[in-house]
Design a binder for this molecule. Structure first.
Ligand code: IMP
Ligand code: MG
Length: 181
């Protein structure tokens, strides 16, 4: 039986790199939002590992909520359609929202979410993404906090999946193309 590790072509980001960068992002957000008590909104499912680590590096009072969206049906490129599978169940009017994503790829998901939540009149919406693939952008999205720029390759691990697998890898790696070809 072959292990998950055999499906990885190269390790892009090690556990140590992820730990250190997440701590930097947490410290920056804590300084920038001091006195504002932001509401972190995680975009499930990909955010769950990064967000758990990020929140423990945030030192200011805050609260946490989740939304679940899907835009990919076991494919490696976006369909362009975003479906809300779980919405927020509290009022966000006047709140400083920090959207937490695993990866900003085409930007379709975060562009849609920003518009969708903007209607509810939050004080602000700020994006934090662990990974950024700027070469693939199709929708105008600005991430105030981005952990790492990654090349145009399909990556998995640390919350990111391919067909719901590999989320539990502790590092981020490039998936061997023959796995999804
Ligand atoms: P966007 O709407 O194209 O920006 O896509 C964002 C979503 O696509 C992310 O939240 C991921 O779930 C998924 N995604 C995009 N690129 C990758 C990748 O390289 N690996 C795993 N998931 C990805
Ligand atoms: Mg995702």
């Amino acid at each position: 039986m072959s292990g998950m590790r055999d499906d990885i072509e190269t390790i892009l980001l090690t556990e140590e790199q992820l730990r250190q960068r997440t701590a930097e992002l947490g410290a920056a957000i804590s300084a920038d939002f001091a006195g504002r008590e932001p509401l972190f909104v995680g975009v499930l499912k990909g955010c769950f590992v990064f967000m758990a680590d990020l929140m423990r590096c945030v030192t200011i009072p805050c609260s946490v909520e989740f939304m679940a969206v899907s835009s990919y049906a076991n494919q490696t490129t976006t369909t362009g359609a975003v479906k809300i599978n779980k919405d927020l169940n509290r009022d966000i009017e006047g709140r400083d929202i920090i959207l937490v994503e695993d990866i900003l790829d085409s930007g379709v998901t975060l562009h849609y979410l920003t518009e969708y939540l903007g209607v509810r009149k939050p004080a602000s919406i700020t994006i934090v993404t662990l990974l950024d693939k700027p070469s693939r952008r199709r929708a105008p999205v600005y991430a105030a906090y981005a952990g790492f720029e990654v090349p145009d390759a399909f990556v998995v691990g640390y919350g990111l999946d391919y067909a719901e697998k590999y989320r539990n890898l502790p590092f981020i790696g490039v998936l061997k193309p023959e796995i999804y070809r």
